[in-house]
Design a protein around this ligand. Sequence first.
Ligand code: ZN
Length: 205
Amino acid sequence: MERADSEGSNSTSVTGPELEALALLEECEAIKHGHFLLSSGLHSDRYCQCATLFEQPDNAARVAQLMARRLPRDLHVHTVLTPAIGGILWGYELARALGCRSIFAERKPGEPFTLRRGFHLEKGERVLLAEDVITTGKSVMELVPLVEAAGAQLLGFAAIADRSKGAFQPGPPVHALAKLNFVVHGPEECPLCQKGLQLEKPGSR
Ligand code: ZN
């Protein structure tokens, strides 16, 4: 298997689960190759959109199993909590692989995340926050106050892919199957622009 997607990460060891996760992401075209305008305004030749992974439940289940194997054995997760909508399927599959509960938080535009639909957290509950792709970690960090307000215990973060290039260091451990260190360029110096390749704006926003 090649590891074309983790260039720049040669200082960190790539483990079996990470290689398998990367191969699955490539296979289902969750990692797209082209010329992309990122939300940061920078350009990149690759983009990760995990929605295509969840088109095939078997692939999603496999990635969740890889994450379950990678998490510390003594983590004893009671509940996986995710931000809607993007995190829901990942949290659900991960909870299935861990044999625990899965809930999600939602928000109206401009308002903080809340637990609705009868979801709640209890004092002392062991909570793992999960998001499919961490870019800045902003959404998943906005769930931390829900955990704290309930007096629950924050065990850390679980992501399929971490695109933060090490910038997401919240304190509690971040478990990511794949660290995607995509090379980015400012629009003025982008070699893909210079080649005249059409720029795509991907993503759900
Ligand atoms: Zn460009």
